[in-house]
Design a protein around this ligand. Structure first.
Ligand SMILES: Nc1ncnc2c1ncn2[C@@H]1O[C@H](COP(=O)(O)OP(=O)(O)OP(=O)(O)O)[C@@H](O)[C@H]1O
Length: 720
């Protein structure tokens, strides 16, 4: 960050004959690492007087915003240059349509291309795709989107060029030039509404006209249409559109994009059947798309002409178009079934019954087979697709587990560094025979790690199971675990604020992947500083999945009567009642975040009374926060490098994560969003345990023993 300002100076104000000297606020200009050039009031860093990110030209850099500042009315949008060497505003612009939350490329005032990827997702949302993270939010301050690269070293930009193309570019260091990642509009069907209303564009219609009317629709101007010009679009064949006529069913079109949602209505938490029935009940409803999401399905329904419809060769959405009975897939029988069809039904009923019974049996059999396979997959212990290492290979690599190669010791057993004959360094976790953690944890870790892959998770290279020996072979992390830095007097100063912030973001992304982005929903249950490893570039990687649990389908919370984990990081509902969910991981993340910022160990000074440490630590942070002195907890050795606003924001996010009620804590996607974007943060409520400090400690977060609460008995607490 580059900063320059003016010296303090004073100005005299005349009051008749008297003069008064008043201090002037001193503006400070600062060029941030994002490229944002800001002018701030020195007295109060939060008061941004002006910033270059508010005045976009043709280029959209990571962390810039596109959308609308609702408070100031400022519109963030891109405008092309007039020509390659004339930076005056050209005719193309890329902006957000606030009503439909869709981004459009405009040529003058005409829509030219639609970015159909945003609108129907639950807002705020954050998605990772191809090493980029995209987010979108809508609150009383602003409605906007942003993006950034998951690789901090990547130089990237999005630009609207003078010929009306939106290009995403990356800087190629080897060639010293910009390389295009993608651009739009590019293909025949890309321009907005290429086939106009109620008709789909199929780019793969080789030798055929790419436009095709939707089922139940016909060209508005047949002569124009048959000259391969789709600009007039299609109209419904049904008489009148204000009543249902005989359009009592739907035809599902697969692999479609989501048509322009400008006039569409969104229904949250509606299953596909509910969506279909709602559309059927409303005669003006012409089509619907049911969108499945982990948080619950939603329903998009259209009541006027469908625009900008595209057919993909694979994947996409199912667009159900309202059609007459003869075209419908599953027509409603009550009204629309004709006499002829009833006759057919009677004639074929016997054959149909036999067929139906056959199908039911086949369905039952398939389901049973699938269930068995599924159960087998979930419980199987043999590590599929995971390389096995021979014991002799590991012995040779670790110099027979020599003490000199020992990296550390955990609940699982000892960890040794090794080097394979191909020169690759490895870390070998050797299950100790006396380990409290056992074969179950070993198997859990193997099973999970073969299914997961993310740059912020440590990579499992293989395992070794021979005789009594059980070992996990990991990629070697030269900088070992995070606790060896932040809690070490000599090494803590090696992690300046920037590195710590990047580590926090890495952990948040790894956890978001576990909770939301991987194909399984995983609760880690033992997130802590010693389970975050650091690679050679100090990138953070979450490790130790022995305690993790998979949640299938819609399950969001579970209970256990064997509480395992580490005091100081356990949420109250888990420590007390054995309830765990993604929000208990969020709690551990909050504790860890506060540790990284403060350098204070949550269960540090007196391990014999870890619960007391936790309470004291929370109270200290909370009291300072309330007195607006939260920056006093910041580790003194990062003070020369820290950015007060960013650090304070992190403390606030940490406090949001350690709130008493799991419902109040943010999800990890919200945490990643809050860490990356300067959106307004909610005020945290009192942290967990602080409220309970007046109770006797052992009633609440005892160090060992059994707890009983309502219907739940905690029979065992295994804390480390
Ligand atoms: N892949 C690795 N590369 C380098 N060092 C590692 C690796 N895995 C573990 N270590 C080192 O070994 C130590 C012990 O790790 P382990 O995960 O077994 O236990 P822990 O996390 O310290 O404690 P617990 O088992 O109670 O969670 C770590 O603190 C770390 O320093």
């Amino acid at each position: 960050m580059l900063e320059f300002g003016m010296q303090n100076y004073q100005k005299k104000r005349w009051f008749g004959l008297q003069t008064e000297t008043i201090p002037l606020m001193i503006p400070l200009a600062s060029l941030q690492s994002t490229g944002n050039f800001i002018l701030i009031q020195e007295e109060n860093n939060k008061n941004i007087l002006w910033q270059s990110f508010d005045h976009l030209t043709d280029t959209f850099l990571p962390h810039m915003k596109l959308g609308l500042n609702r408070r100031t009315g400022l519109n963030w949008y891109l405008t092309s240059w007039k020509s390659l060497d004339d930076p005056e505003s050209g005719e193309y612009s890329y902006r957000l349509d606030v009503n439909s939350s869709q981004f459009f490329l405009y040529r003058g005032s005409t829509r030219y291309w639609r970015n159909g990827d945003w609108p129907w997702k639950k807002v705020p949302f954050i998605v990772s795709f191809d090493m980029y993270t995209y987010s979108f939010w809508d609150n009383e301050d602003e409605i906007c989107g942003t993006y950034f690269s998951d690789d901090a070293n990547k130089i990237t930009r999005v630009v609207v060029n003078d010929s009306g193309s939106l290009q995403h570019l990356e800087w190629n260091v080897a060639d010293s030039q910009w390389k295009e990642v993608w651009s739009a509009p590019k293909y025949q069907c890309d321009p907005y509404g290429h086939c106009s209303a109620n008709s789909k564009c199929s780019p793969d219609n080789v030798n055929k006209f790419e436009c095709e009317c939707l089922p139940g629709y016909e060209p508005k101007s047949p002569t124009v249409w048959y000259q391969r010009n789709g600009s007039d679009g299609c109209k419904s064949k049904a008489v009148g559109s204000s009543h249902c006529g005989n359009r009592e069913g739907f035809l599902k079109m697969t692999n479609m994009n989501v048509p322009d949602t400008s006039g569409a209505r969104l229904g949250e938490n509606m299953s596909e059947t509910e969506c279909k029935n709602a559309c059927l009940r409303d005669c003006s409803c012409v089509a619907f798309v049911s969108i499945e999401a982990k948080e619950g399905s939603s329903c998009l329904a259209w009541h006027e002409d469908l625009m900008d419809i595209l057919e993909y060769t694979e994947s996409g959405y199912n667009l159900s178009v309202r059609v007459t009975d003869d075209l419908a897939e599953n027509p409603r029988t009550s009204k629309g079934v004709t006499r002829k069809r009833i006759m057919h039904a009677v004639i074929f009923s016997f054959a149909g019954l036999a067929l139906l019974l056959g199908m039911i049996f086949a369905y039952w059999w398939l389901k049973k087979k699938r269930k068995l396979r599924y159960e087998h997959e979930e419980t199987r212990t043999e590590p599929a697709d995971l390389p096995f290492y021979h014991l002799s290979t590991i012995i040779a690599a670790t110099d027979n587990f020599s003490p000199a190669n020992k990296l550390g010791e955990g609940g699982f057993g000892s960890v040794h560094m090794g080097r394979l004959s191909n020169g690759q360094n490895i870390a070998v976790k050797r299950l100790s025979k006396s380990s409290g953690q056992g074969v179950v944890e070993f198997e859990t870790e193997v099973m999970l790690m073969t299914k997961l892959q993310h740059r912020n998770l440590v990579k499992l290279l293989g395992c070794c199971i021979q005789g009594e020996e059980k070992m996990l072979i990991y990629e070697y992390m030269p900088n070992k675990s995070l606790d060896s830095f932040i809690f070490d007097q000599a090494k803590r100063s090696l992690l300046d604020w920037r590195k710590r912030f990047d580590i926090i973001i890495g952990i948040a992304r790894g956890l978001l992947y576990l909770h939301q982005d991987s194909r399984l929903r995983i609760i880690h249950r033992d997130l802590k500083a010693s389970n975050v490893l650091l690679d050679v570039e100090m990138n953070s990687k979450i490790s130790d999945f022995g305690m993790a649990r998979i949640f299938n389908g819609d399950k969001i919370q579970d209970k256990t009567n064997r509480v395992v984990g580490t005091f100081g990081y356990m949420s109250p509902e888990y420590a007390l009642f054995g309830k765990f969910s993604t929000k208990s991981d969020v709690f551990s993340f909050g504790v860890l975040l506060l540790e990284i910022v403060s350098g204070m160990k949550n269960n540090g000074c007196c391990p014999e009374n870890a619960s007391m440490n936790l309470i004291e630590h929370m109270i200290q942070v909370w009291n300072l926060w309330r007195e607006e002195r939260a920056l006093e907890i910041v580790d003194s050795c990062i003070k020369p490098s820290y950015i007060p606003d960013e650090t304070l924001r992190c403390i606030q996010i940490g406090l949001l994560c350690v709130q008493e009620r799991d419902k109040d804590r943010p999800t990890m996607s919200a945490v990643v969003l809050m860490l990356n974007c300067e959106i307004a943060l909610p005020s945290p409520k009192e942290p967990a345990y602080v409220l309970r400090r007046n109770y006797k400690d052992t009633d609440l977060i005892g160090t060992q023993g059994s707890y009983s609460e309502n219907e739940m008995n905690i029979t065992e607490i295994v804390a480390r």
